[in-house]
Design a protein around this ligand. Sequence first.
Ligand code: ITT
Length: 199
Amino acid sequence: MALKLEPGTRLVVATHNPGKARELAEILDGRFELVAAGALGLPEPEETEATFTGNALLKARAAADASGLVALADDSGLSVKALDGAPGIYSARWAGPGKDFAIAIAEVEQRLEERGAKDRSAWFTCALAVAWPFGPAVVVEGRVDGSLQFPRRGTLGFGYDPIFVPQGSAQTFGEMAPKAKDALSHRTRAFEKLKAALL
Ligand code: ITT
């Protein structure tokens, strides 16, 4: 039988990142009854996989099995071409234990300077995984290409948004209203694939 995610399903959103949780709620647009991982006291599993899809599956599996609910997890990050794809799956870790993205952004800028790199091409990736408790799981990936710009611009969004300009735009994600970012984002593109697979 094909896997289906019925409208109104109670879904635990397996993220401890409030920026992601907000965007996922916007993108899911009332299709499901969302429960936050934090509200259930679910622990944050260690991200031991080497890929976005691997870590998304790991987080969805852990949340589904611990809660008994269908779980949705997001593993995402920024990849910089001139840094050979870094920070990639380490995007959150570059912000340090205080999750300070001023530190992560400064690190990206400094590494580009150290390399004397002129190419500012970068992309965001989002892997979304859905797992059923002790059951099957599905994972998909979305990507948006763009370029980096310094200094940072805009106070909206989260994470690396103030330095990322998506292709075809003059604004950083940090300058865009939520709906404008959602129209272009890696997260929305991943969700479009999830819809095709499960809805
Ligand atoms: P969870 O694992 O609890 O979901 P996290 O923040 O640790 O939260 P990740 O390991 O997937 O999640 O790290 C992804 C990081 O990549 C995230 O902390 C952001 O800094 C960055 N990132 C992902 N999507 C982004 C977006 O849309 N805009 C800006 N930065 C983004």
